[in-house]
Ligand binder design. Structure first.
Ligand code: ARG
Ligand code: ZN
Length: 882
């Protein structure tokens, strides 16, 4: 690391939080857009914070050229204010009044995609977390809430559409082909929720009537070529609006709800008040160009941003350490919504897969942080799986501990008490405590202690006394900020299975839930070690633990294969049936690692799988997931003593053996593909396609010849992107370069005019595991459709390669690491946020043994260059010795 890197980097601590010394009650912006030069006048109604009198006003700004500063109409002179780097200080304390600044900057050259920037045919903004300071001098922090009015002026031919938050007050023509619009948002909001869009956009309009009868105009703005891809987002939005009314009693509060689709965007989407801005990949959908997963993602992200209107906008965060207050809660809300709209079990499996394969890895790596972190250098680095997904798990545990009715009382209390305020995670938990009368002091360790708890469970059975005892021990490994962890409050949803299924639960010393059948209960662990005794247990049971993944922990119970098969076949909890299937696969991979080359799959497991596939008592989408062997990343976490490529090879053996042993069942599923069935996206149709395509992919993995014909046929005749892309993926798995190349070329010719499909085409190729993976990757970066300035394209090649192409990224020469490091340094010059994410695979060096040393060298090489704050923070933390 260079001296200049660490000098630039200033660590901000939660413990240093102080109220702002001034408030800004009103913000009047005048944004004048001209090619390569935008001028912004800001009139700010300033009011001293009476708790902190006599302090100076210090505003934040980045990359601004300042033309004037006035106070109550009086121009301020050289020593009335000081601009020092990114701050502007007024040198004497202020009373209440108007501060006016005029600045300019060049959005066309803003490649960070933060602040006001240009994407293709439009100007747009991204202000969360700290982008507003790239637009004007401001108290750019979420506890300063203001009423915004925004006048936008631009060339009418270039930018016929001018949008900002709230309601359109006036619009009109000006001289020289220019025009303007003035928007006012009546709700106070922090600057991170400000948005502005100016460009040549087409609009798809619709409407929604709220439960109290208020009409809301819905408008989705896209480039004209994408007008055929708006319907699904609009339908999803209407469903989300109705759902939030029914489930949370929350209604929309403005006359208009606008969504704009932007192609160059760092994240998925942004919940700006009344004017959401979306990455095209999270809003545009059409069966021809979008997969089922894409459809579900659009539905989920549209709902997520909509739900933020209450969990985030009406009630916002006091400071950025509280980010999970809005993100964890909103992810929980969108997960509930998706579960209600589709299959609840499938949604849970998907979320848990993500948690186990990616969030657990984050928690185990050098960038592990608490859901409410204690410190940061660059807050953009904390929009993580931990803050989002683990944060949602915390809310889910609270909701389950309270029960639906009490949880609703708690959220009612939360939204009504804190409406219009900027609050903390403690305030959220306080609402839960108030509604339930419970004490969640210990529970709050989930917010402050990083790391995934490990719960080791053992059991014993006394057949004479009919007593069954479960013993739980919890621990959590040290993480960078905390070495010694105190016990977590862990809810364990569970039941016991006998030979014929669920057993009734009775216990002397614990209260069991009084559900009618009394075969299910939720235990609450609060100690490092705890024993739970069940009485009247007439046979030795198999425990079904953490049903529905009731807590984000690693569970260790020494299940035998026969016990897992009992769970797989008999558990009343469908999620745990899937979970058992994954454990069985882990056992198979472990066996393959220990017994090469004479490896065979367990006949009992195969027989159970055949039974399940033939009976079809489980919904097809869940079956599809049961056929999937856990990811290399998850397996590597479970079996850290092995080299990643050995794990990869063992997993390949298991996948192939599974396919060959289930060939006849899989073939009959794969044959279900029928190009004449009209495409629908409901849960049932999606599940059918998922199973059919999972079967096809397994067969392709095992090089089953007949599947190659099936794949080719499906590739050519599919009437939707899900089936076509799955077929293409299957074709790429066959060791037939000519067929693969031809299919890839045909696909490109068919879809080259659809940017989002081309991204899929890039991803697919970046994931192909072969000796020439890097050569192929390098060639793809030279493809005319590839642009380094577009994050979706960069992620399609770079993130997919680093995270999914195991043999390519970890190739023995280390060339994969070098390639990624070069890319990261190059991207950092233009887009620090993106660079800091792309580097993630290298930060995990410590778990890769001898390969890890090469990874670490590449990280050190990155750290030796001049870096952005974003990338500096990540590489610096990743290089710190344990
Ligand atoms: N609040 C947005 C969402 O989750 C994400 C914004 C991310 N912005 C950032 N700079 N990392 O819906
Ligand atoms: Zn969010």
């Amino acid at each position: 690391m260079t001296a200049s890197n660490s000098e630039k980097a200033q660590t901000i601590y939660l413990k240093d939080y102080r109220e702002p010394s001034y408030w800004i009650d009103q913000t009047e912006l005048d944004v004048n857009i001209r090619p390569n030069l935008t001028r912004v006048k800001a009139r700010l109604r300033i009011r001293p914070n009476k708790n902190l009198t006599g302090e100076l006003l210090v505003l934040a700004g980045e990359g601004l050229t300042t033309h004037s500063v006035t106070w109550n109409g009086q121009s301020l002179e050289q020593n009335d204010y000081i601009i020092d780097g990114d701050s502007l200080t007024i040198t004497s304390p202020l009373s209440e009044g108007w501060l006016e600044t005029e600045v300019s900057f060049n959005p066309e050259e803003n490649t960070s995609l933060e602040g006001l920037y240009r994407s293709r045919t439009m100007y747009c903004t991204q202000c969360e977390a700290q982008g507003f300071r790239k637009i004007t001098w401001y108290l750019d922090r979420p506890d300063v809430m203001s009423v915004f009015s925004t006048r936008i002026e631009a060339d009418k031919a270039q930018c016929p559409v001018l949008l900002s938050n709230g309601n359109l007050l006036e619009a009109g023509e000006l001289d020289a082909g220019r025009h303007f619009a003035r928007w006012v948002d009546p709700f106070k909001k922090p600057s991170y929720l400000f948005a502005l869009v100016a460009g040549d956009l087409a609009c798809k309009a619709d409407a929604f009537t709220t439960v109290s009868g208020r009409p809301v105009a819905i408008e989705v703005y896209v480039e004209p070529k994408d007008l055929d891809k708006c319907d699904h987002a609009i339908d999803s939005l209407k469903r989300a609006m109705a759902w939030d009314e029914a489930r949370y009693g929350l209604e929309y509060d403005l006359d208009r709800y606008m969504i704009v689709a932007v192609d160059d965007f760092n994240m998925g989407a942004m919940e700006n008040k009344g004017l959401n801005i979306f990455n095209t990949s999270c809003v545009l959908a059409n069966p021809k160009t979008t997969t089922d997963l894409g459809f579900q993602r659009v539905e989920a992200v549209v709902a997520h941003e909509y739900f933020h209107n209450w969990s985030g906008n009406r009630v916002t965060c006091r400071d950025w350490f509280q980010l999970s207050l809005k993100e964890g809660f909103t992810v929980y809300r969108d997960a509930q919504f998706s579960a209600d709209m589709n299959s609840a079990t499938v949604k849970r499996i998907e979320d848990v897969n993500l948690l186990r394969s990616a969030q657990f890895a984050e928690d185990a790596g050098p960038l592990a942080h608490a859901v409410r972190p204690e410190s940061f250098i660059e807050i953009s680095n904390f929009y993580t799986l931990t803050v989002y997904e683990k944060g949602a798990e915390i809310v889910r545990m609270l909701a389950n501990l309270l029960g639906a009715e009490t949880f609703r009382a708690a959220t009612d209390y939360y939204f009504s008490t804190y409406d219009g305020q900027a609050v903390t995670c403690d305030d959220f938990v306080a609402a839960m405590e108030k509604a339930s009368g419970r004490d969640f002091t210990q529970f709050k360790r989930w917010y402050s202690q990083a790391g995934t708890p490990e719960v080791t469970v053992s059991d014993s059975y006394d057949p004479d006394a009919n007593i069954y005892t479960l013993s739980f021990t919890q621990s959590c490994r040290a993480t960078p900020e905390t070495v010694e962890k105190l016990p977590f409050h862990i809810p364990v949803a569970m039941g016991l299975l006998g030979e014929a299924g669920s057993l009734k639960l009775q216990s002397k010393d614990i209260a069991l839930s009084d559900e009618a059948d009394n075969t299910h209960t939720v235990l609450e662990l609060t100690e490092a070690t705890q024993h739970v005794v069940f009485t009247n247990v007439l046979e030795k049971p198999v425990p079904s633990l953490f049903r529905g993944f009731s807590a984000p922990v690693n569970v260790r119970f020494n299940y035998s294969e026969a016990q897992l098969i009992r769970l797989l076949k008999l558990d009343s909890d469908e999620f745990n049936r899937w979970s058992a299937s994954q454990e069985l696969a882990v056992i198979a991979v472990t066996t393959a690692l220990q017994e090469p080359p004479a490896f065979t799959l367990s006949p009992q497991w195969l027989e159970a799988l055949r039974d399940i596939l033939e009976q079809q008592m489980i919904e097809p989408a869940v079956l599809a997931y049961m056929l999937q062997v856990p990811s290399v990343s998850y397996l590597h976490d479970r079996l850290p003593q092995y080299d990643v490529l050995d794990i990869y090879a063992a997993r390949e053996k298991v996948v192939k053996a599974l396919a060959l042993n289930l060939e006849s069942q899989l073939t009959s599923f794969a044959r279900c593909f029928d190009a004449n069935v009209a495409y629908k996206v409901d849960a049932e149709a999606v599940g059918q396609r998922a199973l059919c395509n999972a079967a096809l992919l397994l067969l392709a993995h095992a090089q089953v010849r007949s599947a190659s014909e099936l794949a080719l046929e499906q590739f050519k005749s599919a009437n939707n992107m899900t089936d076509q892309l799955a077929a293409l993926k299957a074709l790429l798995l066959f060791d037939e370069p000519a067929i693969s190349a031809e299919a890839l070329e045909a696909f490109y010719q068919q879809w080259h005019h659809e940017a989002l499909v081309v991204n899929q085409w890039f991803s697919l190729q970046a994931a192909v595991e072969s000796d020439s993976a890097l050569t192929r990757l390098e060639a793809l970066t030279q493809h005319p459709d590839f642009q380094w300035s577009n994050p979706n394209k960069v992620r399609a090649l770079v993130s997919v390669f680093g995270n999914q192409n195991v043999t390519g990224f970890h190739c023995a020469s280390g060339a994969g690491y070098t390639w990624l490091a070069d890319v990261v340094v190059k991207v950092d010059k233009n887009n620090p946020q993106l660079a800091a994410r792309l580097v993630t695979p290298l930060t995990r060096w410590a778990k890769y043994g001898r390969r890890g040393e090469r990874m670490r060298q590449e990280l050190a090489r990155i750290a030796a260059q001049p870096l952005s704050k974003d990338l500096f923070e990540v590489t610096d933390k990743a290089l710190k010795p344990d």
